[in-house]
Design a protein around this ligand. Sequence first.
Ligand SMILES: Nc1nc2c(ncn2[C@@H]2O[C@H](COP(=O)(O)OP(=O)(O)OP(=O)(O)O)[C@@H](O)[C@H]2O)c(=O)[nH]1
Length: 324
Amino acid sequence: MNRPVALPRQLSDAELAVFATAGRRRELIPREMIFRKGELGRAMFVIESGTIQLEFGDGMPDKLIGPREFFGELALFIGNHARVANAVAAEASSLYVIEHAAFERLLETEAALLAHFMRRSFSYLVASEQQLIQSLKRRNEDLLVTLDSLRQTQTQLSTAERLVRTDELTGLCNRRGLYHYLEELRIRRDSTMKLGLLLIDIDRFKQINDHFGHLAGDQTLRAVAAEVGNAAMPCDLACRLGGDEFALLAQVPDAETLRDRAAQIASGVRSLCFPGPSDGLRVSVSVGGSLCHEHADWSAWYSDSDCALYMIKGEGGDNYRVIA
Ligand SMILES: Nc1nc2c(ncn2[C@@H]2O[C@H](COP(=O)(O)OP(=O)(O)OP(=O)(O)O)[C@@H](O)[C@H]2O)c(=O)[nH]1
């Protein structure tokens, strides 16, 4: 807990009398600037009447001081000291300005009174510094907490973003994820490789649902998704386009490699076994693919691969075709 400094800031009658005699009187109109933060100064000020506002900035609270109080004393004690705040008249006020030379003279004529004044001021300054350090520490802690919650929000946002691009059932990318990947591809893409698109469609999936139930259908979708995912290299994208249709966008050196990927998926799905209630369930897929033309877009690539897929479906499925 940060306690206010409990040292008296007000001058005694004797101190006020001495400074009033040694100082130059100055009248101030409201909002008149006495000094600015950072300015070098050699004078101290004693308030005769009115209110002075000390503006520390940097998120520190302003301070209002009134009659018999003093400010700017560090400039007297250590000379040419950069002011730590703006000092502004909060209303019509009057001050005594004690210049360095006048203070030096007072040190000789009023040594005891000034020694007492300086000791008190030093204690006050030390207490103020401690208070400042405490307050900075607290601000630092507050900042760390804010930073922590920002990091947490960022993580939550990334998680939300990832979830929005992920197909809930299979864990593969969904269409939104695919479009995002296509955007990214335009920026960073291995120019030595070709882009190939495989479309994968489960054969007679409706019958699987009808004969084995919807849960078995879901299980099938997850298993096929895993096979498509297995055929994807780290720079490729496996996704579920919807229903029983999947896609693999692969970066390959040639059409032959794309064909190998298609074969891998088709044979992987063919060997799937489902023990338990789905025992006897056999699954196959039709895979159609093509190399993507450099200057065409997704719909043209999709249309080419869909043509190949349509041919395989027409031949009864459970096979693949890649057109170069
Ligand atoms: N279990 C399950 N079924 C789904 C899901 N999404 C779509 N389906 C079903 O998938 C089936 C797709 O049927 P069709 O488009 O006729 O395809 P198909 O039966 O595989 O026919 P061909 O492609 O011609 O072999 C429909 O019966 C949909 O209800 C899902 O998330 N889970």
